[in-house]
Design a protein around this ligand. Structure first.
Ligand code: NCD
Ligand code: ZN
Length: 353
């Protein structure tokens, strides 16, 4: 069985820099036409010039024949200058601004401590129609970690929207039924990305048979009924929901330790997993909209003109193998089921395999 879809876009991707960038970028470039690359490096990408330089480093790390196009986002801080953001968007160095509440996730210490500090940036974004991507969790330790998305929506997102009703917002990696409902009631200006792993795991998978650091990410996976709400939104053909894998590579030693960091590396298996999930939901015909059309539409881009083919194999796909970085490795997400859908890669086409 074969399936042909327009080449997908990954509207939320972590590529890092240096040796990790070198070892992960090819996997995304193989299956995706474009990706919105997250700016949470150390130091973060806070200006148009930094975004342009980072983009060049990504392009330099790509395989020669690749047509993969990185789209860049600027990391919002308390000090971000609205004029700088406008200029960066105008000259094409960035397509979005990313709001990390300070302390909410990996490399977010330079994030926003109080949203009233960045009202001027929200206004500039609303004026120019530039999307604000939000890590939708409050960072307060006294808010239960499983409630942080819901509380963010009520306390922070609602405030931002009251200030700037025209602002176009992406609730990144939405994980809750409340988040899905919020998007449904506030579209089309509010949209959401959904990750591959949140469509597959619920919070039990973090603890199954012992602590599973490779199933730990932020926002943390929630209860099963939330996962089912995400499946409904992703496979239902609604234009406000689109793919952002949040593929977040970390060295294994940084995850398999006493204070393991958050982030799940899904890029090499993302498209195979998605085909499996959509087939399971009886919605293979909706896969292209979720992965390749709705995101482009929200970012006011044409969908990719290239197509990819997926082949359903009788025998399960072989383990893709974990990329090696120096003496360390990056562990690829294990969905917990066999994968049968295989993207037919370009080289294979050329070889006639
Ligand atoms: C991301 C990372 O590692 O950069 N981690 C994660 O758990 N998703 C940051 C983020 O998107 O929250
Ligand atoms: Zn992320």
């Amino acid at each position: 069985m074969m399936l042909q879809i327009r080449k997908p876009d990954d509207m939320h991707l972590h590529l890092r820099d240096g040796a990790i960038l070198e070892s992960v970028v090819a996997a995304s470039a193989a299956d995706f036409g474009r990706a919105l690359v997250m700016p949470n490096l150390l130091p973060p990408i806070t200006t148009g010039a930094m975004a342009a330089a980072y983009r060049n480093r990504i392009l330099a790390a790509l395989p020669n024949s690749s047509t993969f196009k990185p789209l860049m986002a600027i990391y919002l801080t308390d000090e971000t200058d609205p004029a700088e953001v406008k200029a960066a968007v105008k000259c094409g160095h960035a397509v979005a601004v990313k709001l990390y509440p300070a302390g909410a996730t990996t490399n977010s210490t330079s994030g926003v401590t109080d949203i009233s500090n960045v009202r001027g940036v929200f206004e500039a974004l609303a004026e120019t129609g530039t999307p604000l991507c939000v890590h939708g969790e409050v960072a307060e330790f006294d808010v239960d970690i499983f409630d942080r998305e819901k509380v963010f929506i009520e306390k922070v997102l609602e405030r931002i929207r009251a200030w700037e009703p025209r602002l176009r917002i992406v609730l990144e990696h939405v994980t809750t039924a409340e988040g899905i409902e919020y998007v449904r009631s506030n579209r089309p200006r509010v949209a959401a990305t959904i990750t591959v792993h949140h469509l597959i795991i619920n919070r039990n998978h973090i603890f199954r048979g012992g602590l599973q650091p490779h199933n730990y990410c932020l926002p943390v996976a929630k209860r099963e009924h939330h996962r089912l709400a995400l499946i409904g939104a992703a496979t239902g053909g609604e234009t406000s929901f689109f793919l952002g894998t949040d593929s977040a590579p970390h060295l294994a030693t940084d995850k398999e330790c006493a204070s393991g960091c958050a982030g799940i590396y899904t890029a090499p298996v993302a498209v195979s997993c998605l085909a499996h999930i959509f087939e399971d939901a009886g919605a293979l015909n909706e896969l292209e909209k979720f992965a390749s059309v709705h995101g482009a539409h929200f970012y006011r881009l044409e969908p990719n003109s290239e197509f990819i083919e997926l082949r359903k194999r009788e025998t399960p796909l072989q383990d893709v193998g974990n990329p090696i970085v120096g003496d360390d490795r990056i562990v690829v997400f294990d969905p917990g089921f066999d994968l049968h859908w295989e993207p037919v890669r370009k080289e294979e086409n050329a070889n006639g395999r």
